[in-house]
Design a protein around this ligand. Structure first.
Ligand code: TXA
Ligand code: MG
Length: 324
């Protein structure tokens, strides 16, 4: 394929999707690889382009809340309360699907993940397409998620016709994923919507646990969101972790203080938010990892974020990025 074009023309992106092509689109969380949910061959192309196994389902993006009834059945009342509180926004709900949602999207599961994104470009695109769009994050399987059009271009140049420009993603972390089991609210993935805010509506949530859950959740991989450079998630003293990397070129990524490590190993030290703001840290996370990964370092060392709602979601990503 020819060089991929980064475009700002939302109508052109909609037209290309309706012609049956995969287009990279911005959302407030991360960029996605989008196709019409009614085009099976385009849906299959998403898996091919991403190198993702068919066993990992896709999230469906809608532009209007009324579309929930077209796609889902037996929606619990609490799900509607969550939609009213969080949509448009970074919350995905796993709901029993109707037949119109194909097994290609859900990997054969009987629930579909739905969300209404908050990015104005994504919303206008959904409006123009008039069909829901299936979209996983626009990165090769298991790699760092993209938060700019340039990240997507670097991954997929030549494999897509268009990337729709939407600037840097304002949230920067994937959506929080919630399901409902036996009247309980279950967290499948921590993300941009705060669990503390969700619990104000649902009461205490539980975390998905493969061994006790009656539902299945493929794709919750131990290793995920990973740079090519080995990443160490340092839970002890940061200076000690750095000292252990004798003779190696080290990059350090910390929450708010970048320059407190005096070691000749350290080539670069970055802070996610000098103001110690968890939202800013989330927004900068993937761009910082993409940048560190481009520097030819031997290892990236990260320190845990504070255990706040968003800090925990960031720690989840860092742990998975460091898993062997
Ligand atoms: O913020 C986001 O959610 C972004 C943007 C583009 O919307 N999308 C995203 O998609 O992160 P993806 O495919 O990279 O991650 C979705 C996760 C996967 O781990 C997948 O297994 C899980 O959601 N998932 C999707 N549908 C599911 C379902 N029906 N049941 C269980 N897990 C599901
Ligand atoms: Mg992903």
């Amino acid at each position: 394929m020819k060089e991929t074009k980064i475009i700002s023309d939302i109508a052109l992106a909609a037209q290309d999707i309706l012609l049956g092509n995969v287009v990279a689109i911005p959302t407030e969380t991360v960029y996605g690889l989008a196709a019409s949910i009614f085009n099976e061959s385009a849906l299959k192309d998403i898996f091919k382009i991403k190198g993702r196994p068919q066993t990992s389902p896709l999230i469906v993006h809608i532009g209007r809340k009324e579309q929930v009834q077209d796609l889902c059945t037996n929606v619990p009342d609490v799900a509607y309360e969550l939609m009213d509180a969080f949509w448009p926004g970074p919350l995905t709900l796993l709901l029993p699907k109707k037949d119109v949602v194909s097994h290609t999207i859900t990997s054969g599961l009987n629930r579909v993940g739905l969300r209404m994104p908050a990015h104005p470009v994504a919303l206008e695109l959904l409006q123009r397409c008039q069909v829901p769009l299936a979209a996983p994050s626009a990165n090769p399987f298991c790699s760092i998620s993209p938060t700019t059009s340039a990240h997507v271009f670097n991954y997929f140049n030549g494999k897509l016709g268009y990337i729709l420009e939407g600037g840097a993603c304002s949230v920067g972390l994937e959506s929080t994923i919630i399901g409902f089991e036996e009247g309980k609210c279950v967290v499948y993935r921590q993300g941009g919507a705060r669990l503390t805010d969700i619990e104000k509506i649902t009461g205490p949530v539980t975390f998905y646990n493969k061994t006790t859950s009656t539902s299945s959740a493929p794709g919750m991989l131990k290793r995920h969101y990973a740079p090519r450079t080995p990443l160490v998630f340092c839970t002890g003293n940061l200076a000690d972790c750095v000292e252990k990397q004798q003779g190696k070129k080290v990059g350090v990524l910390s929450f708010s203080v970048a320059d407190d490590i005096k070691s000749t190993n350290v080539v670069i030290s970055l802070a996610l938010s000098s103001a110690a703001n968890e939202d800013e840290a989330a927004k900068n996370l993937y761009a910082s990892l993409h940048y560190l990964d481009s520097l030819g370092l031997d290892v990236i060392i990260t320190a845990p974020m504070p255990h706040t709602a968003i800090g925990n979601a960031i720690n989840d990503r860092l742990k998975r990025a460091s898993a062997l």
